[in-house]
Ligand binder design. Structure first.
Ligand code: HEC
Length: 124
C-alpha cells in the first residue's frame, strides 16, 4: 500500500515535470515568435525593439498602426527606404534604410512587422 502511494507520488511528480516542460516550451516558442529577424538586427535593432519603445517606436506599435492595411507592405518598404519622420514625434529622424540595410533585410523586416500586426489584439 505504501509503495503504491509512493509510486503514485513519483508518477505525479513526473507528470508535473512534463507540465512544467510543456509550459516552458510554449513560452519559448512565444518568445521566439517575437524575435527581430537576425539579419536585420544590426541595421534596425539599435533604435527599434519589438515590444519596447527605445529611441524609436516599437515594432509592435508600428505593426498596430498598419493593422488591416492591405497596402502595408508597400508603405512600410517605402518609409524604411526613405527614413525621416513618420508622425511618431520621437524627436528623431530615422536614417534612410536604417543603418545600411539592403533590400533583402528590409523585406525581412517588413514581413516581420506585418506578421506582428496579425498576431494579437494589440494591447502591448
Ligand atoms: C538611428 C535610429 C533608427 C534606426 C537604425 C532605424 N530606425 Fe526606424 N525609426 C526611427 C525613428 C526615430 C522613427 C520614428 C520617426 C518619427 O518620429 O516619426 C522610426 C520609424 C520607423 C518606422 C515607422 C513607419 C511608420 O509609417 O510609422 C518603421 C517601419 C521603421 N522605423 C522601420 C525600421 C527598420 C526596418 C529599420 C532597419 C532597417 C529601422 N527602422 C532602423 C529610428 C531608427
Amino acid at each position: 500500500m505504501v509503495s503504491m502511494i509512493a509510486k503514485a507520488m513519483v508518477n505525479n511528480k513526473m507528470f508535473m515535470k512534463y507540465i512544467a516542460l510543456i509550459i516552458c516550451l510554449l513560452m519559448d516558442i512565444n518568445a521566439h515568435a517575437a524575435e527581430m529577424p537576425a539579419i536585420a538586427k544590426d541595421h534596425c535593432g539599435g533604435c527599434h525593439a519589438v515590444e519596447k519603445t527605445l529611441y524609436a517606436p516599437s515594432l509592435k506599435a508600428i505593426a498596430m498602426k498598419y493593422r488591416g492595411d492591405a497596402d502595408a507592405a508597400n508603405k512600410l518598404t517605402e518609409i524604411i527606404n526613405r527614413g525621416g519622420t513618420s508622425g511618431w514625434n520621437s524627436g528623431m529622424r530615422m536614417p534612410p534604410r536604417g543603418l545600411n540595410a539592403n533590400d533583402k533585410e528590409i523585406k525581412a523586416m517588413v514581413e516581420f512587422i506585418i506578421e506582428l500586426s496579425t498576431e494579437d489584439s494589440g494591447t502591448k
